[in-house]
Structure formats: C-alpha cells, structure tokens
Design a protein around this ligand. Structure first.
Ligand SMILES: [Zn+2]
Ligand SMILES: [Zn+2]
Length: 130
C-alpha cells in the first residue's frame, strides 16, 4: 500500500486512523472533538483529560464495548493496547452504525456458555410449574 501525500489541510480534529488507515474528518454536527475513527471506532491515546492532547502514550485505543447511559446515550469503551488504560468516549453522529452494532453484539456472538443450556433451564422451569 503506497502512502500518497495528503493534499488537503489537516486540522487538529482531522486524522488518519492508525488502525484502518482512513481519514477521519470532524463531524458536521454534534461533538466538535472527534476522538475516534467513525469507520472502525479505533481511537488514539493522546489525552490525559478529554481534549488536552497531553498524553505521551500515543497508543492505539481499541473499542472493546458499548456503554449505555440511563438517558439512552451510547458511549464507546476504549482500551489502550499500549498502556491498558480504559476510557469512555461518546459516540459521534457519523459513526458507522454497522461497526457500533457489531461491537454491541459481540458478547452475544461469543457466549461463555452454550445457548442450549439456557433454553433447557427455561423448559425445566416451565415443567416445574405444572
Ligand atoms: Zn479506523
Ligand atoms: Zn496508552
């Protein structure tokens, strides 16, 4: 893959994703601080506090889950693959819905127990009622 010179001006909120290599531009509406890639949801460990860009880590922050607040607002749970810090970041208005859904559904696709066992438990409870 050849890297071409980027021909447009890169602002602080525009960056090239360290995971998928796509260029993330600031969303047109909503939060001004774009802190993760809208395509693969990967972030970068650049902040000590949100927006300050003062962390020296610069590690890749993998989206490991979704956190839903009481008001229904979604946040991404990011974990730095270098230092292991875990952070919450609000989702952006143009984040890939497919990527968000895949992330939210991930635990359901990898159950630590067989789904059949769960069905059997329900049946047994039904039998017990009669
Ligand atoms: Zn990406
Ligand atoms: Zn880090």
């Amino acid at each position: 893959m050849s890297r071409q010179a980027v021909s447009f001006h890169i602002t602080e909120d525009t960056f090239i994703c360290i995971n998928c290599g796509r260029t993330a531009v600031p969303p047109r509406s909503g939060t001004r601080n774009r802190n993760h890639c809208p395509y693969c949801l990967t972030s970068r460990h650049v902040d000590l506090r949100p927006g300050d860009r003062r962390s020296g880590c610069r590690g890749s922050m993998e989206a490991i889950g979704v956190y839903v607040q009481a008001n229904g607002e979604w946040s991404l749970i990011h974990r730095c693959t270098d230092c292991g810090i875990v952070k919450l970041n609000r989702i952006g208005p143009d984040d890939s819905e497919r990527a968000l859904l895949a992330l939210a559904a991930r635990p359901l696709t990898r159950l630590p127990f067989p789904l059949e066992a769960l069905t059997c438990d329900t049946n047994e409870a039904d039998h017990g009622d009669k």
